[in-house]
Ligand binder design. Structure first.
Ligand code: URA
Length: 260
């Protein structure tokens, strides 16, 4: 990161206190740069090439954050909400410092992959309708999903507002006789476990696509977005930082417009 900034701003960003607390700490000689005690809390530093320490402990600085959350049901994909817990509430305080926000929305009852970042440019490109980034979901659907649905989704279905969806890939993984393992279904109900890849992101799109073919989504989980796959070792509600390879993959993916 080739960014230079004031040392009090850097330390505040990295959670070492408010600007005035840091000013005090500087006066007390608690802050060093390359081993030398800092006298001026307005000192400009280059964190990529200088070693900043607070109370003898190295402070590593970064200005961007990329997190993969396995979103649980019951929280909303927003940074603030008057009624519900948000995905930001699930983050540790130190991970909130850089103000990551969710890239796109999953419904309150949808679980699975949610990218959170403060990289606005990347978020914008991943969400751009021109880019057609693939999103893959797994769902339990009430009823028997069959070939006619696969063909309808491949051709595009008409949603309740008249919008015709782009071609989507529907794969039926299994038809379950007897309600699957969902508690909310009547005993004996037929359900289908499916995987669906869509290339756009209309409001409630997956649920409305099934509604368009007379079926109802019971549970919905996102498993990938572009090249980013949900790390299945993350429990629902848990998150981790993206690896460098995952960040590079997303950045490379956003490059080209995907036609059709
Ligand atoms: N489609 C939906 O219907 N809901 C989601 O949360 C995501 C895609």
């Amino acid at each position: 990161m080739a960014e230079k900034l004031r040392i009090d701003k850097l330390l505040a960003h990295m959670g070492r206190g408010t600007r005035s607390e840091i000013k005090k700490a500087v006066k007390q000689g608690k802050v060093t740069v390359d081993g030398k005690v800092v006298k001026d809390s307005g000192l400009i530093v280059d964190p990529a090439n200088q070693e900043v320490a607070y109370e003898g402990e190295r402070v590593s600085y970064r200005s961007v954050i990329y997190l993969m959350l396995n979103k649980p049901a019951g929280v909303v994909s927003a940074t603030e909400d008057n009624r519900d817990r948000t995905v930001v509430d699930l983050l540790n305080p130190e991970d909130r410092l850089l103000a990551p926000f969710p890239v796109g929305r999953l419904d309150k009852d949808t679980v699975g992959l949610l990218l959170m970042t403060n990289d606005g440019a990347l978020a914008h490109e991943l969400l751009s309708p021109r880019k057609h980034v693939d999103k893959t979901y797994e769902a339990l659907v009430l009823g028997k999903v069959g070939d006619s649905d696969v063909q309808a989704f491949a051709a595009g279905v008409t949603l309740d507002d008249g919008y015709v969806t782009m071609p989507a890939e529907l794969v039926v993984i299994e038809v379950l006789e007897g309600g699957g393992d969902s508690d909310s279904l009547a005993a004996g109900a037929v359900t289908s476990l499916i995987r669906l890849t869509i290339r756009e992101g209309k409001f409630h799109q997956v649920k409305r696509m099934f509604q368009a073919v007379g079926k109802k989504v019971v549970t919905l989980k996102r498993i990938s977005m572009g090249p980013l796959r949900l790390d299945e070792t993350l429990e629902e509600g848990a998150y981790r930082e993206l690896t460098i390879e995952e960040v590079d993959g997303l950045k490379a993916h956003r490059g080209a417009d995907r036609e059709k």
